[in-house]
Design a protein around this ligand. Structure first.
Ligand code: SF4
Length: 231
């Protein structure tokens, strides 16, 4: 497996842990507001062999408390299971970011105890994913991933990036209903300064929501989940 990037320290990518972050290249989604456009297109210039990552993790034992794996979409890479197995063999907890499009991979990682925390993005109500995926049946995979995570992941959160025109009170409520009973639902504001996969997305309009607008979203989602936070 070839990794596209390594961030040596992070205090925000693995809840409650100081972690490093591994970046897997390539994605099957087309989110217009994606901040990792080069990674999503599979064009990221950096390359790290798995052996180099393993050597780095060995050298950081006792300093790092976990390893966060993100992308792109990490579950697309055939090497994800072996990567998680190698990281776990070194004694590190693994946190995985996913867009939820590969429920079978999530099932395997969970059943083999290769992942400790899963953060799954939900971009929009499941019946309205056309701005994010070209797959007309993606809602089936999303639903399967949600069910798998809620039923069997050791720890998890669902997350929504709040950007217009996709997110408002009605759509947030619909998303929250699709994860009813979930342990944690995170609403995260769109970073309006970042470059996007669709270069015009934040040029021709301001997709960001104000702090007040974010606060007004929370009570629309909170009744359906155990914990709802704005991050
Ligand atoms: S934001 Fe969308 S396009 Fe970008 S990496 Fe995540 S799922 Fe892929």
């Amino acid at each position: 497996m070839i990794l596209a990037g390594l961030q040596k320290n992070s205090f925000i990518d693995f809840p409650g842990k100081i972690s490093c972050v591994l970046f897997v290249t390539g994605c099957n989604f087309i989110c217009p507001y994606c901040h990792n456009a080069d990674l999503a297109r599979g064009e990221y210039p950096a390359r790290f062999e798995l052996t180099a990552i393993i050597d780095f993790l060995k050298s950081r034992r006792g300093m790092l408390e976990g390893v966060a794996i993100t992308g792109g979409e990490p579950t697309l890479d055939r090497g994800i299971v072996d990567l998680c197995r190698a990281v776990k063999a070194l004694g590190y907890p693994v946190k995985l970011d996913t867009n939820g499009s590969r429920p079978g991979v999530l099932r395997q990682l969970i059943s083999e105890h290769l992942v400790d925390f899963i953060a799954m993005d939900i971009k929009a109500p499941l019946h309205d994913y056309s701005p994010f995926s070209r797959n007309p049946t993606i809602h089936e995979q999303m639903t399967a991933s949600i069910r798998t995570i809620m039923e069997s992941a050791p720890a998890y959160e669902f997350r929504t990036t709040c950007a217009a025109p996709f997110i408002n009170g009605t759509t947030v409520e619909a998303i929250a209903k699709s994860i009813e009973g979930a342990a944690c639902y995170v609403l995260q504001p769109f970073n309006r300064r970042a470059a996007c996969l669709d270069p015009e997305f934040n040029q021709k309009q301001d997709p960001g929501l104000s702090a007040d607008e974010m606060q007004r979203l929370k009570p629309r989602a909170a009744p359906f989940v155990k914990r709802c936070v704005i991050r």
